[in-house]
Design a protein around this ligand. Structure first.
Ligand code: ATP
Length: 570
């Protein structure tokens, strides 16, 4: 397909903020896309591969500037100045392409295949001369690009497409294009996306207009899937009301979600944001090899840190650094040991277990895993309809340093990627949120050179909305010296994501998710969420979460209301 066609679609979709309009435009486009062009759907979501594939374009603004400079014959300094005034590197590239001299006029027609071919070479490059090769690959595309193509090419390579199309928009558009917007079809499309995490594969099935083909899309070991999520209640009573009696009650461990795949001899570990973390946890691979029976399987579990001497469970923030750290793994493994608590099985010996009842899945776990405390165990579970027994179990979980309990319906199927009403979470009233950093400010005095305060945003589903500024809870000394996260570390993480600078303040791409506690939520005109957190305090990085998974404004409004009620009644 000509890249121009896609660029024009981006342009049309960007011209409206209305979701329904976007769906209409996209559905018309999808009808015209041939099966052989299905990979344009990756580009549509700003990607080059399906979501489960970890290879990302990963080009910095600096490298993009160098490429634009080479392609348009413009001095890099001039590009930076333009960027400062326009605030969008894509637009800068569009403008400069328009003004390009006659002699450098385009010679080739750009196709989506060529764009994918070049962009897919980028993450493969390693070693000497990488930067130069990357610039050449991008420049080759930019020199063939028309102004509007240059605009979207640059936005794609820096990972900031800005057309307001999410996976859900594509799902709705596919349902509307091929099944007249049928609700059942839309749900089946979403199921297929959740199982495969491959929008192009789903498109192929959808294009045939047969629901049967969609249903055939299933799990594969070795390919990460989205996890099932729970709804919240405030009391055991409410939990029973939602699920019926009896139900299963499990410890809600304070760790991080780990999906364990066994495919032939290979064991692979993924986080809930589909990141492959196998290298970071070599001991887990050994536990699975030694203590879990089966040729192939996918297990759902929570990894929890514990103290090697006292054997006490540790809070999540203590072990969170193990998720991202790619060096000193052996050392970290000794200092921050983890225990795997398996609570579900999604696939076993060539067969999906998604549609089996929860009770049966749990029985299978017990059959194939031998408990080895502080290595790998079945999640602690009781099955009861007795409220007193449930309360006791809840108290025990809290005493054991865990977050609370999960209540689960005995006949529930496993629905990847869905927040279901068959899984319920219960934890004591607490005030904490997961938020994403969208801005930062350089510090003064001994904090100069670091960012020392951070603008945080929640989400309303479509947009990120600011809700406060945080500066406490972060360490001045390095993490090695005192534990926790330091200003230097956070500054280093933020720098590649800067999109705009205004003196000491910078705007940042929403990438880094942090857990934050606070004392109170107040109404506030200072932030576009309409709320501000009083005394927000950093507690941990959440490298296991994507920006799309931060706390929703809806929940924050609820917490605000609840807080008011509590004051009223003392
Ligand atoms: P959510 O995961 O619902 O988006 P969150 O990240 O804030 O929200 P919690 O509210 O703490 O997480 O609760 C859900 C998480 O609890 C699960 O994603 C999982 O990581 C963890 N968990 C711990 N123990 C269990 C268990 N026994 N069964 C299922 N999940 C568990």
């Amino acid at each position: 397909m000509r890249y121009k066609k896609l660029a024009e679609l981006y342009e049309e979709i960007s011209s409206t903020t209305k979701r329904l309009e976007k769906t209409k435009i996209l559905s018309k486009f999808l009808k015209e896309v041939n099966e052989s062009d299905k990979e344009v759907l990756y580009l549509l979501l700003g990607d080059i591969y399906p979501e489960y594939n970890e290879k990302k374009i990963g080009i910095s603004n600096q490298l993009a500037i160098k490429s634009i400079s080479k392609a348009t014959g413009t001095d890099a300094k001039e590009i930076v100045n333009e960027w400062k005034s326009i605030g969008d590197l894509g637009k800068v590239s569009e403008k400069l392409t328009k003004h390009k001299k006659q002699s450098t006029l385009r010679t080739h027609i750009l196709t989506t295949e060529k764009v994918l071919e070049n962009l897919r070479k980028l993450p493969e490059l390693e070693g000497k001369g990488t930067v130069g090769k990357k610039i050449s690959l991008i420049t080759e595309l930019l020199t063939s690009a028309s102004p509007i193509e240059a605009l979207y090419l640059v936005r794609t390579i820096i990972g900031d497409l800005r057309i307001g199309v999410k996976e859900s928009t594509v799902r709705e558009s596919m349902a509307s294009a091929f099944f007249e917007g049928d609700k059942e079809a839309s749900k089946k499309i979403q199921d297929a996306i959740n199982k495969s995490n491959d929008i192009a594969e789903v498109f192929s099935a959808v294009k045939k207009r047969k629901l049967k083909d969609l249903e055939k899309i299933s799990l594969e070991t070795g390919k990460p899937i989205k996890v099932m999520l729970a709804q919240k209640v405030k009391t055991i009573k409410e939990g029973f009301k939602a699920l019926g009696k009896p139900c299963a009650i499990e410890y809600k461990y304070d760790g991080f979600r780990l999906l364990i795949h066994k495919k032939d001899k290979d064991i692979l570990l993924f986080t809930r944001s589909l990141e492959n973390v196998t290298k970071q946890f070599p001991e887990v691979v050994e536990y699975v090899k030694n203590y879990v029976k089966g040729k192939s399987f996918i297990l759902d579990s929570e990894a929890v840190g514990f103290n090697r001497e006292t054997k006490e469970y540790q809070p999540f923030q203590n072990v969170s650094q193990r998720i991202r750290r790619k060096y000193d793994i052996e050392k970290l493994q000794k200092e921050l040991p983890i225990e795997i608590n398996v609570f579900d099985i999604i696939y076993y010996n060539g067969k999906s277990q998604l549609d089996e009842p929860f009770k049966k899945r749990t029985a299978l776990i017990k059959k194939i895993i031998r408990n080895h405390p502080y290595k790998i165990i079945h999640a602690k579970q009781i099955i009861t309809g007795d409220e007193k027994k449930a309360e006791e179990f809840y108290k025990k979980a809290l005493k054991d340093n865990q977050e609370g309990v999960m209540m689960k319906k005995l006949d529930a199927i496993y629905q990847p990627g869905s927040r279901v009403n068959t899984w319920i979470k219960l934890k004591p009233e607490e005030r904490d949120l997961d938020l994403v950093i969208v801005g930062a400010e350089f510090g003064k005095g001994k904090r100069s050179g670091w960012f020392s305060s951070f603008i945080l945003s929640c989400s309303d589903g479509d947009k990120f909305l600011e809700i406060g500024k945080m500066g406490t809870g972060i360490k001045e000394k390095s993490a090695e010296e005192v534990g926790g996260t330091s200003f230097a570390e956070l500054t280093k993480m933020i720098k590649p994501f800067i999109t705009k600078e205004h003196g000491k303040r910078v705007e940042v791409k929403p990438k880094i998710v942090v857990a934050v506690t606070y004392q109170e939520i107040q109404k506030s005109p200072n932030y576009n969420s309409g709320f501000a957190l009083r005394f927000p305090r950093f507690t941990a990085l959440r490298p296991d979460k994507k920006a799309s998974q931060v706390s929703r404004l809806k929940e924050i409004k609820k917490d605000f209301e609840k807080q008011k009620r509590n004051w009223r009644y003392g």
